[in-house]
Design a binder for this molecule. Structure first.
Ligand code: PXG
Length: 460
């Protein structure tokens, strides 16, 4: 029986509780049901073709329809669909992936702990950094410092590490031992104080030092941050920020963790966001791009500083997931990483489409709605403002991002709105011609949004 879109929507509304969704509002409106994908394109059940400028959810880096990944999954499923890694056992794909990850990550990383998602990876981080300090005889080092408007997942530890106030307001979060400093968002926190971006980067990094001093360094286990905040609105920190963060962590002996769930596997024009930012973390979380989202997989890269202690001091680390090292997921990840290498996708982002997107984004600064336009690799953000000359934001009651996103949906473009920031992170396989197609759609949607804003009297 073929179902119509209305049939799908009715069944969806009757049974499916969607993540991060107002259930009633969605039931009234009906989901958009996505049925098929190829390269950077999606098709919904009405047959509309959509340019997916968000790579699914920041993950389909090699694009849809890559047969090598499909074949790897099918072959592994036929041979051994599952075996665990708990009781002194392992599977060839998990071992091979561990080996390959050691090759494509910075040299301090030779070990990996697998999880099923980015959230679980960050739960592992919290457990692991506390275990590390316990083993070193400093059990009072418990506190993990993170940032407001960070996103680190939706489990209890992930959501606590994240700095989303809407999430903390539900379910008694954050859990104890996790504290936050302000994010390095120049537009919001540096511009009005008359600081250049680089000056602001140093100021923002020193908020970490102030927090460490307030808590006492002897109580701080780690600092965690996304090299570039993704879900927070593609907040690209000034170049001065991360090196200063690293210096502060080193000065106080604190572990440095980069959450590379979005920035890993070539997104920023290097294999890892920490390389783009010029720092050497002790631990890194990954997920999403490790399989290009074809199947769920995540994990933590464990640097020698931590791995040596966990291994040499011995004892059992009482932590793990059924799907830690899932053989099908690992087989898909192997095929995915080999494809990224063979097609030289990281170089493609760094030398070709990344700089091209940056140039095309600079043109957007001429648009009357656009107050700021920035990119890093294939992450791009636009800030929509009501008065460019004076840099004035829209009134809180005006949901300009949602208006723009509505136009994108109707015009066949998936772009994400985070407040007044419109963001893109297209598949790494995107070409210059396809970027031109995407930019034409973005211009059109901005014009339609501007017309709405003028009609409603929101500008000026
Ligand atoms: N860390 C980062 C940096 C992420 O972006 C996670 C951890 C959690 O990963 P899992 O696999 O548990 O979802 C993420 C996930 C959005 C959006 O709206 C972003 C994410 C997830 C859902 C929505 O931009 N990132």
């Amino acid at each position: 029986m073929t179902r119509t879109t209305q049939d799908w929507q009715a069944a969806d509304a009757a049974h499916f509780l969607h993540p991060f969704t107002d259930f009633q509002a969605l039931a009234r409106k009906g989901s958009r049901v996505i049925e098929r994908g190829d390269n950077i394109w999606l098709w919904d059940t009405d047959g509309h073709k959509i340019l997916d400028a968000m790579s699914g959810l920041w993950c389909v880096n090699v694009g849809y329809g890559q047969q090598a990944l499909v074949d790897a999954a099918a072959a592994q499923m036929g041979k051994l669909p599952f075996y665990n890694a708990f009781f002194q056992t392992a599977t060839p794909p998990a071992i091979e992936l561990a080996e390959l990850l050691a090759e494509v990550t910075p040299p301090q990383f030779r070990h990996v702990f697998f999880s099923g998602s980015g959230s679980e990876g960050n739960d592992t981080i919290v457990r692991m950094v506390r275990r590390y300090w316990d083993l070193l005889g400093q059990p009072e080092r418990q506190v993990v410092i993170s940032r407001h408007n960070a996103y680190h997942g939706s489990t209890m530890a992930g959501a606590s590490l994240g700095g989303m106030s809407g999430m903390h307001a539900q379910g008694g979060l954050p859990i104890p031992g996790i504290v936050h400093i302000e994010q390095p968002y120049w537009w919001q926190h540096g511009r009005e104080r008359g600081l250049t971006r680089d000056e602001f980067g140093l100021v923002a990094a020193r908020w970490l030092e102030e927090k460490i001093e307030a808590i006492g360094a002897h109580r701080v286990a780690a600092f965690i941050g996304e090299p570039i905040q993704g879900a927070g609105g593609v907040i690209i920190p000034p170049a001065t920020y991360w090196p200063e963060i690293e210096r502060i962590c080193r000065r106080h002996g604190i572990l440095l963790v980069t959450d590379e769930v979005i920035t890993g596997f070539g997104r920023t024009g290097n294999w890892w966001g920490c390389e783009t930012m010029g720092v050497k973390p002790d631990l890194m979380t990954f997920a999403k791009g490790v399989t290009s989202g074809y199947v769920p997989l995540g994990g933590v890269m464990v640097g020698d500083r931590v791995a040596d202690v966990l291994i040499e001091r011995g004892g059992e680390f009482n932590h793990g997931y059924t799907y830690s090292g899932h053989p099908v997921a690992c087989a898909v990840a192997l095929a995915n990483i080999r494809l990224i290498r063979e097609q030289r996708l990281v170089e493609h982002v760094r030398d070709d489409v990344g700089p091209y997107l940056a140039a095309r984004y600079r043109e957007l600064l001429e648009h009357p709605l656009v107050g700021d336009a920035e990119t890093c690799g294939l992450m791009g953000a636009l800030l929509l403002v009501r008065d460019k000359a004076r840099g004035l934001p829209f009134a809180e009651s005006v949901e300009i991002g949602m208006v723009c996103r509505g136009h994108c949906f109707r015009e066949g473009l998936i772009m994400r709105a985070v407040g007044d920031r419109m963001i893109v992170a297209p598949p790494l396989v995107i070409t210059r011609e396809q970027i031109d197609q995407m930019m034409a759609l973005i211009h059109r949607c901005l014009d339609l949004t501007l017309a709405d804003a003028q009609r409603q009297g929101w500008m000026g």
